[in-house]
Write a protein that binds this ligand. Structure first.
Ligand SMILES: Nc1ncnc2c1ncn2[C@@H]1O[C@H](COP(=O)(O)OP(=O)(O)OP(=O)(O)O)[C@@H](O)[C@H]1O
Ligand SMILES: [Mg+2]
Length: 747
């Protein structure tokens, strides 16, 4: 993939000063080594980027799409004094952009904010900021809470806008963009990979299309099999070894380059990294410090952490969602500085990040996809992974290789991936599960009041633009609206506008004059960002709680039964017996309503997930969770976050249902989950700097809260939690620490 471009397709960066961009911005670019704008960047400027024109930029990976966004942002913030919202597909990418934008633009008074987690807040503080980086879910949640600064938005950048194609997240992006466009006027800038129907995307957004094949760093894409690299019209051998992939890694690392190897599962990432380490260790030295930082990144290192630390000391690493965020940072950081030579990763590493991999090897071209078994990955996904190779600033050439399974398979891989065109992207909005949450939200915020208005809204979506046939969408919308009514989340009055009859007119035509609004419960559910089906589950369980003593396992099993906890822990053959046995023992304490027990698979996987969390609050180690439940530290963190949010939702819904009594139990459980402790330690972990290990040590010497710190001697305290924590505790209760320390020395 290399194309020639003439000089006149480039533009000196200083020329943008004439277009109104301050020269200090130009200096920032120059400091970064950007002296001239490349062809897509120039095209964007020529097409009215700084005149507020909507634009879709569909260009190859590494073509510098972010600079186009930055130009539009500084123009909007500094010249037009309006806010820019930057939508990212992944939190990791959000953090990368946040760091970058702050370093580059904060000095000139551009205030940058990152707003990612938490789904029940207006985040009033954001009103003070100029550039707001969000995920589409967060933006959706902010709109549901009725942000006051919506009219201050002048620009919305949507990075990796081909995410519209994603089954679970695409519809949220689509609805959020449509909704925001209804609420206020702004310039929209969509940054996309080279997809086959970018014209459709720009058509929907009323945007000019900037399409280019420019890639600053040549990227050679090919297939790989049996120690041979196959490129168009050329084959290259790498040194022979019995393991062909290791031979390739040796070839790459021996030439002083680095590689990312993409595989399709976490266990594969770990074992492949272990293998890679056997090669990289010859080429890397002095990794002790990095290796021990991997261990100290978490409170109590688990087997997985130790394995990563071992592999890192050999100069390789694995990277997947099971790692703690700090460990991911360490791996990325040390890959950037060249110490780690090879990363074996799952595809989550692929979206938009800049890493210095001269080589990308896509080992697996198929992936396990839920009920469909192993399926070939889309070309778009392959290209996103391949695009991590050969990034500007790091390399002058990139190589991406797709692994074939046999000599015969090489041709297929060349046809279906290497030389294949990307698929089209399609709106996934008509899928019912995603529709119901958005429809409730549109009604709850008063965005629409009638069926007619709801369909008017739907007509503005990418779905409507693309399919031009609303029949299926209309049918699903109608089904969802009825369901929301059955769930008591939406109600109707008859004072609707008779002149705009419903699209859903039934035979008896009652609906013709209905005007809809959300119930109090419906409004809260929309704000809480839970699925209406989950809310319905919670309402029933809350009613059941009125007549029983509520237990931790009951609540944990309830939230683990919610759709939002997917993917739950997988139930293997060896699990059935113990799950049935344990579930039987606590069956009187389970609060999920009967209708939620009907699906055996859901029940069992929810019980297994709940049991793992129950073990966590019983102070079991993370190693135990891995051995017994196959729950990795990263997964534990993700589940704890979700669980906390859902428990909060249960307590808020309980409040509306008049069951305030549940709040106390839930609050206590949330604290215990946060720290992983039994009930008796809940006061101790509230003290800053005291985690589950130190709290347990304190409890053993008779300390159960802050007041009881006074009653134990300083030396005993030091023995239990170490000098620093002991001093902090004594200081907290007002003791004279200097005196205590002197007394201790004297003894
Ligand atoms: N005109 C330029 N001259 C030199 N370097 C540039 C120029 N524009 C961008 N770059 C550099 O190119 C690198 C890649 O840019 P960027 O991350 O914006 O790519 P991208 O198009 O968003 O790719 P992806 O699709 O992978 O997200 C960055 O390090 C950036 O600093
Ligand atoms: Mg990008």
């Amino acid at each position: 993939m290399s194309t020639r471009h003439d000089d006149d397709e480039f533009m000196d960066v200083s020329e943008v000063v004439k277009l109104g961009i301050p020269s200090k911005v130009v200096s920032v670019f120059e400091r970064e080594g950007i002296t001239r704008f490349n062809p897509p960047q120039k095209m964007a400027l020529d097409s009215g980027l700084l005149d507020g024109k909507n634009m879709v930029v569909a260009c190859p990976t590494a073509s510098g799409k972010t600079i186009i966004a930055e130009l539009a942002i500084v123009n909007m913030v500094l010249n037009l004094k309006k806010k820019a919202v930057y939508i990212v597909p992944l939190k990791a990418l959000g953090s990368e952009k946040y760091k970058e934008f702050r370093e580059k633009y904060e000095g000139m008074g551009v205030k940058v904010a990152l707003s990612m987690g938490g789904h029940d807040s207006k985040e009033k503080w954001l009103a003070e900021y100029d550039v707001i980086i969000v995920t589409c879910e967060k933006l959706d949640s902010l709109i549901r809470h009725g942000i006051d600064w919506v009219r201050d938005i002048g620009l919305v950048v949507c990075d990796e806008i081909h995410l519209l194609n994603d089954v679970s997240r695409g519809p949220t992006l689509e609805v959020t963009i449509t909704r925001l466009r209804d609420l206020t006027q702004f310039q929209i800038l969509g940054l996309s990979a080279t997809i086959n129907n970018s014209d459709e995307l720009s058509g929907w957004l009323g945007a000019s299309l900037v399409k280019s094949d420019y890639r600053p760093v040549e990227l050679a894409v090919g297939a790989y099999y049996d120690c041979k690299m196959y490129f168009k019209g050329e084959t290259q051998e790498v040194g022979k070894m019995s393991d062909s992939l290791l031979a390739l890694i040796e070839h790459i690392v021996a030439s002083g380059k680095q590689a990312i190897v993409f595989v399709n599962s976490r266990p594969s990432a770990e074992s492949q990294a272990e293998w890679a380490g056997t090669v990289t260790k010859k080429y890397s030295k002095g990794m002790d410090k990095v290796s021990s930082s991997v261990l100290s990144a978490v409170g109590q290192p688990t087997k997985q952490c130790r394995r990563l630390a071992r592999i890192v000391s050999d100069g390789a690493a694995f990277h997947h969602a099971g790692l703690a965020p700090k460990q991911k940072d360490i791996v990325e950081e040390n890959f950037k500085n060249g110490k780690i030579k090879v990363i074996c990763a799952t595809p989550t590493l692929a979206a938009g990040v800049n890493l210095p991999a001269a080589y990308v090897v896509v080992r697996d071209l198929s992936r396990y996809m839920g009920g469909y078994g192993m399926r070939p990955i889309p070309v778009l996904e392959f290209q996103q992974m391949a695009g991590r190779a050969g990034r500007p600033k790091y390399d002058d050439k990139g190589v991406a290789l797709a692994c074939a399974k046999s000599e015969y398979d090489v041709e297929r891989v060349m046809d279906e991936y290497v030389n294949a065109e990307c698929e089209k992207i399609f709106s996934k909005l008509s899928l019912e599960p995603v529709l119901r949450s958005h429809i409730l939200s549109l009604i709850a915020t008063g965005h629409v009041y009638s069926d007619r208005q709801l369909m008017d809204f739907m007509e503005k979506t990418f779905y409507a633009f693309q399919y031009n046939d609303l029949f299926e969408l209309e049918r699903n919308v109608s089904k969802v609206v009825d369901m929301l009514g059955d769930y008591k989340l939406v109600e109707w009055s008859e004072e609707g506008d008779i002149s705009s009859p419903s699209l859903f007119q039934s035979a008896n035509s009652y609906h013709a004059v209905r005007k809809m609004r959300a119930t109090v419960l419906g409004r809260r559910v929309a704000e809480l960002y839970v699925d209406p089906v989950t809310a319905w589950l919670f309402v029933h369980a809350i009613r059941k709680c009125a007549s029983m003593r509520v237990s931790e396992i009951g609540l944990l099993h309830l939230v683990c039964s919610a759709l939002e906890m997917r993917p739950r822990l997988r139930v293997g053959k060896g699990d059935y017996e113990w799950i049935y046995e344990e579930a039987e023992k606590v069956s009187g304490r389970l609060i999920v309503p009967d209708f939620a027990r009907a699906d055996e698979d859901v029940f069992l996987s929810a019980f297994k997930t709940a049991s793992a969390l129950d073990a966590w609050i019983d102070e079991r180690s993370e190693d135990f969770l891995m051995d017994r439940f196959r729950m990795s530290p990263g997964e534990l963190r993700a589940k704890l976050d979700n669980c906390d949010w859902l428990l909060y939702a249960v307590s808020e819904i309980a409040f509306i249902c008049g069951s305030e009594g549940l709040r106390g139990v839930i609050d206590e459980l949330r604290v215990r989950l946060k720290y992983g402790v039994r009930a008796e330690l809940r006061e101790l972990v509230r003290i800053r700097g005291i985690g589950r290990v130190k709290a347990r040590a304190l409890f053993k010497i008779g300390v159960s809260d802050l007041t009881s710190v006074r009653e134990v001697g300083f030396s005993e305290l030091v023995r239990a939690v170490g000098q620093k924590s002991a001093e902090a505790l004594k200081k907290k209760v007002g003791d004279d620490v200097t005196k205590l320390k002197a007394q201790r020395r004297f003894r």
